[in-house]
Design a protein around this ligand. Structure first.
Ligand code: RIB
Ligand code: CA
Length: 312
């Protein structure tokens, strides 16, 4: 029995590898990919998502263009991490597959409303603008969703965009607040977890040595993507954030966490986008998020290598 998912994304090298992992995994039925402005503007994220699909040999996947910017704020991008194109590090051909007709938000709403209740999972890898718009347009989708699994936020690791805020939440805190309170089961994969899944020279060389096209491309993308975090954190490698969302769906036993309350700071200019995660349950605010902190790092990399080795 495959699991039906929609991937909402702002590729970015790590998003692209998450898309590859999903498309390499027969357990998942990727119903479509919806793109959002984030790491780079929408024109590039919707280009990059199609590049990833074609690298995976899947030009059949429906890729939709979504929001060009956050619900209420100016767009903030991250070329300083991902490069000008958002996929710097390895030359991949321009996509030939067209964008799907129609709006991303309409695709999300229609797909969830037409699917069997409780059968659809939304995998959010970027700012949550598309999900926020879909919830505004059709609040009823939240009761029909199986889960929303998102990469975003942080508590013990602080922020990566400000001292308080992780990028995806920082870009669109209002959308994140809508998601946190929509009523659907929400699984959050924060920096507290993704800062454990660091690349290394050995891991990158394993990808580079793969006999397919995907392996060397992955190595090139990782070479570029990790350099910023290595300089910033002085760590051995860069945290490969987004594929954790897909890996969680494939092998949930690799992960651990707690059902807790998470609120989003939307007012303060100092801490806007902070995920106020009540890990120690010091408030009586209702638990609304499965907040993951533990990951089997070796299991994560083994899964990623195994699956990406199966691609063209
Ligand atoms: O903070 C990391 C997150 O922001 C990742 O999803 C990365 O792709 C960027 O979107
Ligand atoms: Ca992302």
């Amino acid at each position: 029995m495959t699991r039906s998912i929609i991937i909402d994304t702002d590729p970015g090298q790590d998003d692209a590898l998450a898309i590859l992992l999903a498309l390499a995994s027969p357990e998942l039925d990727v119903r479509g990919i919806t793109c959002v402005a984030g790491n780079v503007p929408l024109a590039l994220t919707s280009r990059n998502a199609r590049i990833a699909c074609e690298l995976a040999g899947r030009p059949d996947i429906a890729v939709y263009a979504g929001a060009t910017g956050p619900l209420e704020r100016p767009l903030v991008t991250a070329e300083y991490v991902h490069g000008k194109t958002g996929l710097d590090g390895y030359d991949l051909p321009e996509p030939t597959m067209p964008l799907a007709e129609g709006k991303a938000v309409d695709f999300i709403v229609d797909t969830v409303m037409e699917a069997e209740p409780g059968s659809m999972t939304l995998c959010a890898l970027g700012p949550l603008t598309n999900l926020g718009l879909a919830l505004r347009q059709a609040p009823g989708i939240s009761a029909r969703l199986r889960e929303i699994v998102l990469m975003g936020g942080g508590l013990f690791e602080g922020g990566n965009t400000t001292p308080a805020a992780e990028f995806n939440i920082f870009v669109d805190p209002e959308a994140a607040e809508l998601v946190m309170h929509c009523g659907a089961p929400v699984v959050m994969i924060p920096l507290d977890l993704t800062h454990q899944t660091l690349t290394s020279d050995a891991i990158i060389e394993d990808f580079r040595a793969m006999p397919n096209a995907t392996g060397p491309a992955t190595a090139g993308l990782l070479d570029f993507f990790e350099r910023f975090d290595v300089e910033k954190y002085g760590s051995q490698g860069g945290p490969l954030h987004d594929p954790n969302v897909i890996a969680y769906l494939l092998q949930p036993d690799l992960y651990g966490g707690r059902l807790i309350n998470v609120e989003i700071e939307t007012d303060s200019s100092l801490t806007r986008g902070m995920t106020v995660a009540d890990w120690w349950r010091v408030t009586d605010r209702p638990a609304n998020v499965l907040y993951l902190r533990e990951v089997d790092v070796n299991g994560y990399w083994a899964l990623l290598k195994d699956r990406l080795s199966r691609l063209p």
